[in-house]
Design a protein around this ligand. Structure first.
Ligand SMILES: Cc1cc2nc3c(=O)[nH]c(=O)nc-3n(C[C@H](O)[C@H](O)[C@H](O)COP(=O)(O)OP(=O)(O)OC[C@H]3O[C@@H](n4cnc5c(N)ncnc54)[C@H](O)[C@@H]3O)c2cc1C
Length: 380
């Protein structure tokens, strides 16, 4: 791009699931540019998730947004995807004897969830013989979990965005944001664009982008999480397994295309970067999995890591900045940004367009004040 900057109503920075989904919602009625620093949208956290939809996982606002996302997952717009976005899978949260109180606390916290129930060791071992004898004391079984086809969801949003006339700029890291009297000028390596409103969906880099705009700091901390694939033990059919999560989230194991996806569920602070798996994470993961299951890890396949970015209260950050005019935050989705994306995109798009928050989202008991950028308890 050279010459006069292209002019848009809205510029969305970051083409992961957050940026792609809100851009698609906005493009139906606004001129929108989606700006991505990498050559491919989805290269960072969105392309590195465990693909779980769990309406009982995460803090209260996330659970509300995840429930509000279900209708979209189950019935996306015509032509969005050529197969279902969700595939049901049971989930079990396993506790050792020394974790009994953590199991009790989880069951109290989720007392309203109709899909969960406590199970004792005998039933647990009958359903999950892969658990090592004597390891587990009890568990919570959940029948409300699904696997998400993340690539289909992300690509569906990008396709809708382009079909509605949206412009995608890739290899275009935003380097400066300048406020003119009426607009933002957004300088990228591909040239400059102008827009009335900027949406900051820059994932782990969201605080950096906020600083470019003179917005408040939200105190975002990207945290590395590592995952890897292993072969199932001989004779074990992975497709018959549930998702198994330690009740204190010290590990999880998920069947995945004939293999087992395992993770130490680590949360190690990192600066925003193209994060790589750490050898110590892998060793800890293997140790925890071999301790809990009748599994002996012989070969590690395809280890990877991604950044889950949190503010202090672990709730997402969505709302206009108190300090930078027409600058909208859409960040801090942590470990729940895929499952909550459809609901959060509709919430954010309504606000960016100056419309009322959709009633179905409020009906899920989302209090918008709990996700505002200026709320107490988050920040520098
Ligand atoms: C191992 C792992 C497992 C997970 N499992 C789940 C799960 O099971 N379920 C779930 O719901 N969530 C899960 N998550 C979390 C989920 O992946 C994230 O919440 C979600 O992907 C965040 O999306 P995003 O669009 O905010 O970030 P990203 O996908 O990182 O997108 C942000 C984009 O902004 C771009 N960008 C940054 N700065 C600039 C700039 N200056 N100019 C232009 N572009 C810029 C980046 O290149 C990037 O593409 C998991 C995450 C990890 C790492």
């Amino acid at each position: 791009m050279t010459g006069t900057p292209l002019d848009f109503d809205i510029a969305v920075i970051g083409a992961g699931i957050a940026g792609a989904s809100v851009a698609a919602e906005l493009a139906a009625s606004r001129r929108v540019v989606l700006i991505e620093q990498e050559s491919q949208p989805g290269y960072h956290t969105t392309g590195r998730s465990a693909a779980v939809y769990s309406p009982i996982y995460g803090p209260q606002p996330i659970r509300a947004l995840t429930r509000a996302s279900l209708a979209f997952f189950e019935q996306p717009p015509e032509g969005f995807a050529d197969h279902p976005l969700l595939s049901p899978i049971d989930a079990v949260f396993v506790a050792r004897a020394d974790q009994a109180s953590a199991l009790d606390e989880m069951l109290v916290e989720l007392v309203d969830a109709s899909t969960v129930r406590r199970i004792e060791a005998a039933e647990l071992y009958a359903r999950l013989p892969l658990l090592r004898d004597g390891y587990a004391f009890g568990a919570m079984w959940d029948s409300g979990t699904s696997e998400i086809d993340v690539a289909a969801l992300h690509q569906g949003y990008l396709r809708c965005f382009k079909a509605a006339g949206g412009t995608v700029l890739t290899r275009a890291p935003v380097a400066a944001l300048t406020r003119t009297t009426t607009d933002w000028q957004i300088d990228t390596r591909q040239g400059a664009v102008t827009a009335k409103i900027v949406v900051n969906a820059a994932g782990a880099w969201a605080d950096d982008v906020g600083q470019m705009a003179g917005a408040e700091r939200i105190g975002l901390v990207p945290k590395r999480r590592t995952a890897l694939m292993i072969d199932p033990p001989q004779g074990c059919d992975p497709s018959a397994l549930p998702l198994v999560v330690d009740v204190e989230e010290q590990f999880y194991l998920k069947p995945d295309a004939g293999k087992l996806l395992i993770s130490p569920a680590n949360e190690d602070p990192e600066p925003p970067c193209d994060v790589q798996p750490d050898e110590m994470d892998i060793a800890i993961c293997v140790d925890r999995i071999e301790t809990a299951f009748n599994v002996s890890v012989r070969r590690i396949e395809n280890p990877w890591a991604g950044l889950r970015s949190f503010v202090a209260d672990k709730c997402p950050v969505a709302g206009f900045s108190d300090q930078a005019e027409n600058f909208y935050w859409l960040a801090g989705q942590g470990g729940y940004g895929i499952q909550s994306a459809p609901g959060l995109a509709k919430f954010a798009a309504a606000e960016v367009m100056g419309q009322a928050i959709p009633a179905n989202i409020l009906a899920e008991r989302l209090d918008p004040e709990t996700i505002r950028p200026g709320r107490k308890g988050i920040g520098a």
